[in-house]
Design a protein around this ligand. Structure first.
Ligand code: HSE
Length: 296
């Protein structure tokens, strides 16, 4: 039996739409075992997945078995130990996919390359910005060139931490991609290129004072705001309480505020504010995970 621990991820980080993503110290655990019988998948709460052929972890395991031309009968998969909220923009799908790939690779005693694992993961997920940090940990830039996924790790100089604010409503990635336009003006493209480029350099150099300008975006956030109640007032409050920058995590509904390591007051103050709103916002503090998916 193989047990895999996979981190949550936050994609886009403002201007880096479908490109930047970071792993967070918030984890799901998946156990996988090969069996002679029908596949059985235990979900959160202990119920069995009746539709297991559409389960992302199952699909990912099968892809790895096909990659190595290995036969199989069934699997016993336990996905009941989950801490990553579903459909909230924290990479729960990426965790299912990466968990399946890393787990199956270990189960088969194989040594798949990172490149091949990423290829399978992106074929399933469609974009690399969550699966790459879920697999590798840290803050990762990924680009796609035809069949290839090329990635680079940002060496973040300052120790930052993140206030993760999760409402009780979900936002589907499908809907939040549908609301985006097909075309953008040159001004908007330039806005994002400039912010995204400088964000990478500022993180690398520890230039925290510049971060206030660098999580802004004109490609996706302005269009997704209508799907997230109170986003403007939450971002304004976060700024007032000393956050270095704010952004929608992935396609939402989670919002993230970036904090200095030394900050001690933000979470409590922001919690009081969030409690005054509807939608049952939860807030917690988390740091970057630097290991990615690991067999435990
Ligand atoms: N980059 C993706 C998006 C992440 O913003 O739609 C969500 O899967």
């Amino acid at each position: 039996m193989i047990r895999v621990k996979i981190p949550a991820t936050s994609a886009n980080m403002g201007a880096g739409f479908d490109t930047l993503g970071m792993a967070l110290k918030l984890y799901n655990e998946i156990t996988i075992e090969e069996t002679e019988g029908e596949t059985e998948i235990k979900l959160l709460g202990g119920e069995l997945d009746r539709n297991y052929r559409n389960n992302l972890t199952y699909i990912s395991i099968i892809k790895v078995y096909e990659f190595f031309n290995k036969e199989f009968k069934g699997f016993k998969i336990d996905m009941s130990k989950t801490n990553i909220p579903l459909s909230r923009g924290l990479g729960s799908s990426a965790a299912c996919i990466v968990g399946g790939i890393v787990g199956a690779n270990a189960l088969l005693n194989e040594k798949m390359t990172i490149k091949d694992m990423l290829k399978i993961a992106v074929d399933i997920e469609g974009h690399p910005d969550n699966v790459a940090p879920a697999l590798l940990g840290g803050v990762i830039i990924s680009i796609m060139d035809m069949e290839n996924i090329i990635y680079s790790r940002i060496n973040v100089k300052s120790q930052l931490k993140y206030a993760v604010m999760v409402p009780d409503f979900k936002v589907s990635t499908e809907l939040s991609r549908k609301v985006l336009p097909n075309e953008y003006s040159r001004e908007d493209a330039l806005f994002n290129i400039s912010r995204c480029s400088m964000l990478v350099s500022a993180l690398n150099n520890g230039e925290n004072e510049k971060l206030r300008y660098l999580f802004e975006d004109k490609i996706h956030q302005p269009y997704r705001k209508k799907l997230i109640n109170n986003i403007d007032s939450i971002f304004l409050k976060a700024k007032e309480y000393g956050s270095l920058g704010e952004f929608i995590s992935g396609s939402g509904s989670t919002l993230i505020a970036v904090l200095e390591e030394a900050d001690e007051n933000f979470i409590l103050k922001m919690k009081t504010y969030l409690d005054s709103l509807k939608d049952g916002w939860r807030i917690f503090e988390v740091e970057n995970d630097n290991n990615g998916a690991v067999i435990i």
